[in-house]
Write a protein that binds this ligand. Structure first.
Ligand SMILES: Nc1ncnc2c1ncn2[C@@H]1O[C@H](COP(=O)(O)OP(=O)(O)OP(=O)(O)O)[C@@H](O)[C@H]1O
Ligand SMILES: [Mg+2]
Length: 257
């Protein structure tokens, strides 16, 4: 089981889009996937067409069993094989905001994931832009981080903040940065092409293929399905499969227990 967390302390940079698209893409390919919505906005929950509810709160704070909090994502939401139930969600709602004040154990997230080790191939966690103790507990359960960013000044600032905060817990648990994904890129603009060059200079091969700005992403969000279900023939779908292939190529991490 690989735990992949999507983060960036800047809002609106493509975290939820990345998290739900990668999770649904992995499930589409037949992997057993658990999506955890760790943002009180519940956008990942809604993006998959499910209702906001305090599932993550109940799991972490009220010690509910995983059987009570995991919800199967209907197969038509991710175009999986007929009859498949290989994609589950732990939903979120406003209660998620109270989790940070209610858990005292830094390993709370790691602990609830332990019994799921043999049940899932991937856990994908969507996070909120506002740092909290919940983020800390998520890092301690994470193998790989993926950072979506816009090719804009303040987004790079959010990225720098996220990376340096993570550095602070690196001594407790090693997390590998799997990639940085430039979102909503308009390469025909000087600002975006210069910023992309800066990003590549600083982070080199960690920078994945940029995702061009396209209305199809927002439309898919509005229809509560991943872009490859909404518009299977659109060029954006190539970006999805290259992201998913990168995630599949990440090596399994030996977990210390
Ligand atoms: N390549 C793209 N082109 C155009 N719009 C996009 C693209 N990628 C994402 N979007 C849209 O941008 C908006 C913000 O994306 P998203 O919700 O994924 O960001 P976020 O980082 O999760 O935001 P928050 O910090 O609020 O959680 C969404 O409406 C999404 O549909
Ligand atoms: Mg989001």
């Amino acid at each position: 089981m690989k735990v992949i967390t999507i983060g960036n302390e800047k809002g609106g940079v493509g975290k939820t889009t990345t998290a739900t698209t990668i999770a649904a893409g992995l499930a589409h390919k037949g992997h057993r996937v658990l999506m955890i919505d760790a943002d009180a906005q519940g956008h990942a929950t809604r993006a998959l067409g499910l209702n906001k509810q305090p599932a993550l709160y109940n799991w972490l704070v009220r010690s509910a069993n995983y059987q009570e909090v995991l919800q199967a994502v209907p197969v038509e939401r991710y175009g999986g094989p007929e009859g498949a139930t290989n994609f589950y969600l732990v939903a979120s709602n406003v209660e998620t905001r109270n989790i940070a004040n209610s858990i005292s154990d830094a390993y709370a997230v790691a602990d609830v994931l332990t019994p799921l080790e043999s049940l899932f191939d991937y856990v994908v966690i969507d996070t909120s832009p506002t740092p909290s103790l919940l983020h800390g507990a998520i890092y301690l359960a994470t193998d790989y981080m993926i950072y979506p960013t816009l090719c804009e000044y303040w987004s790079f600032d959010g990225l720098a903040e996220s990376l340096s905060r993570r550095q602070q817990v690196q001594h407790m648990h090693k997390v590998v940065t799997a990639g940085i994904i430039p979102y909503r890129v308009r390469l025909q603009t000087l600002e975006h092409s210069e910023n992309l060059a800066r990003l590549r200079e600083q982070f080199q091969e960690l920078v994945w293929e940029p995702i061009p700005e396209s209305i199809v992403w927002a439309e898919a969000t509005a229809y509560h399905v991943p872009v490859f279900v909404y518009a299977p023939d659109h060029a954006a779908v190539d970006s999805v499969w290259s992201m998913v292939a990168r995630v599949e190529a990440l090596p399994e991490v030996a977990r210390e227990s």
